[in-house]
Unconditional design. Structure first.
Length: 66
């Protein structure tokens, strides 16, 4: 009876530790994904700004010609 209780306590503790480690490592992975998404968002913002600048320059050139 005493050995069974020790085994149950050991397995419960092991399971608890595994859950804690899983939370820590999944949280780290989420931070990395967020970092990558923010970098992609910055690239898209730069591309959109460049596109607007290019289009407005073309419009300005057309108005200057006429």
């Amino acid at each position: 009876m005493g050995l069974e209780i020790l085994i149950i306590i050991f397995l419960s503790s092991l399971l608890f530790i595994l859950v804690i480690f899983q939370f820590i490592f999944s949280n780290f992975g989420s931070k990395e994904r967020i970092k990558i998404l923010l970098e992609k968002q910055e690239n898209v913002e730069k591309s959109i700004c460049e596109l607007f600048e290019e289009k407005f320059e073309k419009i300005d050139v057309k108005f200057q010609k006429s």
